[in-house]
Design a binder for this molecule. Structure first.
Ligand code: COI
Length: 354
């Protein structure tokens, strides 16, 4: 399929690279493509960034039938633009789509469309340290219909946003509160899909955490409320003795690409790493025994986010003196050095754009 291009009459002025926040500024162009049962995915096009006109009965608005992805384009010191494991995001997009009854996209075509859009917008990829161009591929159900069933028509779009740090704390320890009244996802539900409902489900607990002075929520499993699952919108890692541990994928945990990269790097370095169930009691006990060395979150937006304090019921535990530990630092540096082209890419994770 040929991707049509409509050029914009007037381009926006670009922001200062050094003062970027997260997700507030959008570039001049977007990618769009539509789905109809008789045509499949059709009419791929890059066109000026604009609002999406929708009937108020559009199914996505009522029943949340949609999926999305998040990844980044990085500018290297020599001016190259590159992506980090984009085919993993597109694979996950299709896995999420299957769970939400959305027709799959051709991954190779979607990658090509993404690369063409980024190449068009390459001037928008910021160059200041720790900045990048955040990429948000999204699919939404477009039928104007109020009955509950899967939509027949869809829109796939990709928008781009130049970003800096996701958390105002940057790469510094955050304080987290174990959610006791709410769960994010249940097994058999949609927790492992990147779909808006999971994020909507997390908001109230997040607000309670903020009111209590914590940055994020530590989520327990939705069945027994015993096993650790995620932190905020990130996967979570624990360092106990010298072993790095992340909860095993069980259907309610999002299979993060940063999570996968940390596990693969640990194996590549011959370090002890495991994916297994880990309970809140084990966390508290290993902390009491002085064996819990570090806790950190891992996600695309923040990369690695060290955890300094965890509140569970009436007790608050402090990890590694509320300092960023050597494991968090090592994984953060290794991953970002590959992303920004400062180090070799021994894992074959980089996809050049321009
Ligand atoms: C991540 O990349 O860590 C996230 O999932 C956050 C994103 C939804 C903004």
């Amino acid at each position: 399929m040929e991707i049509a291009m409509t050029t914009s009459e007037k381009l926006k002025s670009k922001p200062d690279d050094t003062g970027l926040g997260f997700g507030t500024i959008f570039t001049d162009y977007m990618f769009n493509m539509d789905y109809a049962p008789d045509k499949g995915w059709h009419s791929p096009r890059i066109e000026p960034y604009t609002s999406i006109e929708m009937d108020p009965a559009t199914m996505y608005l009522h029943y949340g039938q949609g999926v999305f992805e998040g990844l980044k384009a990085y500018r290297t010191e020599s001016g190259r633009i590159q992506l980090f494991r984009p085919e993993e995001n597109l694979k996950r997009l299709n896995r999420s789509s299957r769970r939400l009854c959305i027709p799959e996209v051709d991954e190779a075509f979607a990658l090509d469309a993404m690369k063409q859009l980024i190449a068009t917008e390459k001037e928008w990829v910021p160059g200041a340290p720790e900045t990048s161009l955040y990429i948000r591929p999204t699919i939404i159900a477009m039928d104007p219909f109020l009955g509950v069933r899967a939509s027949h028509t869809y829109r796939f779009f990709i928008i781009l946003s130049p970003v800096g740090a996701y958390y105002p704390e940057g790469f510094n320890p955050i304080k987290i509160l174990v959610a006791s009244d709410y769960v994010r996802a249940v097994r058999g539900g949609v927790g492992e899909a990147k779909t808006p409902g999971n994020y909507a489900a997390s908001l109230l607990a997040g607000e309670h955490a903020h009111e209590a002075g914590y940055t994020q929520v530590l989520w327990l499993d939705g069945v027994e409320q015993k096993y650790l699952e995620e932190v905020g919108s990130m996967n979570i890692f624990f360092v106990i003795d010298n072993e790095i541990i992340t909860p095993e994928l069980n259907g309610s945990i999002l299979p993060g690409i940063t999570r996968k990269s940390v596990v693969e790097l640990a194996k590549h370095w011959n370090e002890k790493a495991s994916e297994r169930k880990i309970s809140i009691d084990e966390l508290i006990d290993t902390h009491a025994a002085g064996r819990l060395k570090e806790v950190f979150g891992a996600g695309t937006a923040a990369v690695i986010s060290p955890v300094g304090k965890i509140k569970y019921g009436d007790q608050e535990i402090t990890i590694n003196n509320n300092q960023t530990g050597p494991f968090a630092q090592k994984y953060y540096t290794a991953i970002t050095d590959i992303q920004y082209g400062k180090a070799e890419d021994p894992m074959g994770w980089i996809e050049p754009v321009a």
